[in-house]
Design a protein around this ligand. Sequence first.
Ligand code: PLP
Length: 401
Amino acid sequence: NMNFIADRLKRIKPSMTVGINVKANALRAEGKDVLVLAAGEPDFDTPLNIRKAAVTAMEEGQTRYVPGKGTPALQKAIQSKFLKDNNLHYDLDEIIVGVGGKHIIYNAMMATINPEDEVIIPAPFWVSYPDIVLLAEGKPVIVPCPEDQNFKLTADQLEKSITDKTKWLMLNSPSNPTGSLYSKQELQKLADVLLKYPQVLIMSDDIYEKVIYDDLEFSTLASVEPRLRDRCLTLNGVSKSYCMTGWRLGYCGAPKEIIAAMNKIQSQSTTSTSSISMAASVEALNGTQDFIDEHNQAFVRRRDLVVNLLNQIDGLSCLTPQGAFYVYPSCAGVIGKVTPDGQKISNDEDFMSYLLESEGIAGVHGAAFGLSPYFRLSYATSDEILTDACARIKRACEQLK
Ligand code: PLP
């Protein structure tokens, strides 16, 4: 019995959200009536001007190797984006492009983590953070951030979690899975703590920056506290804001030593993302931004619809998120109940299995994001599907005893 697989793979598990989407789509392909509310992407197509820029790039023969850090045009577009949107000046050697935001996080961890280095991850967290840290031989330090603090890390919790071994703090605002947004004041309080601990780097995952509602203002740590700028990695990408999840392009601004180290890894692995995706992303960043408001109008309408319907269901309760396109309702009220088949619902994973089997609702259980008993639904789908889904969830909950 040969074992071909490296030990390092034993530390990690496959992405749960990717897995659930594969499973739900397979059930649907078999003809089952499944509503998939597990997707981590906008349901809109990439805007036409961006697709056209890609076609032009292909026709013009931009089909060869390009610099791993990004073409000069893309580097400039990213530089102006950071300046315009975030009031952050990055030199060109402080910017790098990767194969999606996930790849930027992966390279940053591989470039900086030594065995036993600790990474503070507020929970609920995006599913990939702990596994990427583990793959890089680091130690995830999970800090539960309960609903009564809007699922956000407090300055007090941060201070208590920092040790001599702390290498990174992961911050994600607006958040996947909760949609919580950190205000400028909240970030300043975290910054005041971080200023005392010069060994800590901060990953500011701003990938949902443009998906914000109710005229709230987006803030990012490096800009809120300029004295932390040289310890921040400001992560962004085109996936969510520009509906470009399949194009695989993320980028960041960070201290140049870290960028150089990430570039070294990239030069021996992916080399770069696709030249065509880079050309399309130049248009995404420099071209019209008008569709962002249109998309957000649809998202906010769907958010209000779903939050309202979920809060009418006995056993569930749902906060109103400020951004991203997820809700993270509590299912505390159904835990301990029994299904018509006599199965006990002991946790959020049982509840999600029950919803899938009884009503064909595919969402993601809260345990995957490190905070139970909750579940995540994506509302990046039509009003009709959302209304139908909430009616099915209601019916399923009413059958529990
Ligand atoms: N960060 C968060 C919080 C996310 O939700 C995602 C995608 O789901 C990413 C980063 C990575 O995005 P991508 O690799 O598709 O650019």
